[in-house]
Design a protein around this ligand. Structure first.
Ligand SMILES: [Zn+2]
Length: 366
């Protein structure tokens, strides 16, 4: 009798396993937390150049799932960071310069819900951190909706209305401390204030230094990896249903616009230090997915005949960008060598979180 029951149970188990693998559903593999890391301007050759220049092995290159994403926007083969971030945040292609909105068939811009907002509405803790201004295009795409990336006041004034738990970046003069605290956020502008946070409060960080590189660090501004480590600690310690954290390394793009190979590689190293913090947490936690990608490539980094890398452009290119994924339980995020469209990435993240019923565009209903 017992043997029969065991037989029936095991047959049932194999049937469920076969069904779930047929539908691509991972078993025993629930993702609770997502750390979504965007190296602004970071193409695949930036990684090779950095490893060669600084004789390092990048943490992101140890991530077991490695594919590529196409980055073209609705208006150009060469996206900018606004359309790139909007694609990565809302699952919609939009025109260059547009934040969190997409053109309908008449060309009218329609606001689309960001993955940050979708995660918050589903009970996850949420954070957006960047090594540059929070009013910049990349954090903007995850937190705001506006027709132009240069509407900086518009972007930050929307951010303090969102209710997201953590938003930290560089001070840009668009908000006063009073405006931030009025909306229920703790205003921080030093590393000590950041480290003193306990997670029971929502915080808006405007750090006063213009540089986040390790080589030029002052004593009161955190590096991106320090911000990442602290943000993970805060979100994790207060979450019931998991958390979503977006981390932007902004300076790879900025240095690449100047065709500054060494500067870009150095910025990439600091971004990779932040990746290391995310991976350390994910290895210990077991239910965290880390995704590393870029909004576009900048600089046209190419290998020369002498075996070294050089930048061939001072602007954005259409080169595909890396997509890297890690989770302790091998959640199947991307196949090795697979090429996907950048708008598939937020969709895949929501699927990993069990939110696959969300479809893009996800409309904003008042
Ligand atoms: Zn750029």
């Amino acid at each position: 009798m017992e043997a029969t029951i065991i037989k029936i149970l095991s047959a049932l188990m194999s049937f469920i396993l076969a069904l779930s693998s047929f539908f691509g559903i991972p078993t025993g593999n629930r993702i609770r937390n997502v750390i979504y890391m965007i190296g602004d301007g970071m193409g695949e050759n930036h990684l090779a150049m950095t490893e060669q220049m600084y004789n390092v092995s990048l943490n992101m290159n140890t991530m077991p799932q490695q594919g590529y994403a196409m980055t073209y926007s609705a208006s150009s083969m060469k996206t900018d960071s606004a359309a790139g971030a909007t694609a990565l945040a809302t699952g919609m292609k939009t025109n260059n310069g547009v934040i969190g909105m997409f053109p309908d068939e008449n060309g009218d811009l329609i606001p689309a819900k960001s993955i940050t907002q979708i995660c918050m509405e589903n009970g996850l803790k949420t954070g957006v951190i960047t090594s540059d201004e929070l009013s910049g295009a990349t954090p903007g795409g995850f937190t705001a909706h506006t027709s132009s990336r240069s509407n900086h006041e518009d972007i930050t004034s929307q951010q303090i209305e969102t209710g997201f738990d953590i938003m930290w970046g560089r001070e840009d003069g668009t908000l006063t401390e009073e405006q931030v605290t009025e909306k229920g956020y703790v205003y921080i502008d030093t590393i000590n204030e950041m480290n003193a946070l306990t997670g029971n409060e929502k915080s808006y960080g405007m750090f006063t230094s213009s540089v986040y590189h390790t080589y030029n660090k002052n004593s009161y501004t955190p590096t991106l990896s320090q911000m990442t480590e602290k943000a993970i600690e805060l979100l994790d310690s207060t979450s019931d249903k998991g958390f979503f954290l977006m981390v932007e390394g902004a300076h790879i793009d900025k240095k690449s616009h100047n065709e500054d190979e060494e500067g870009a590689a150095e910025a990439l190293c600091e971004f990779d230090n932040a990746v290391e913090k995310a991976l350390e947490f994910a290895r210990a936690d077991g239910s965290t997915l880390v995704v590393v990608t870029a909004d576009h490539e900048t600089g046209g980094v190419t290998l020369q005949d002498d075996g070294t890398y050089i930048m061939t452009s001072g602007s954005h290119t259409s080169v595909k960008v890396p997509v890297r994924a890690y989770s302790k339980t091998h959640y199947p995020f991307i196949e090795n060598g697979e090429r996907i469209n950048n708008i598939e990435i937020p969709k895949k993240i929501l699927e990993a979180l069990g939110l696959s019923d969300v479809t893009f565009p996800c409309p904003i209903v008042d």
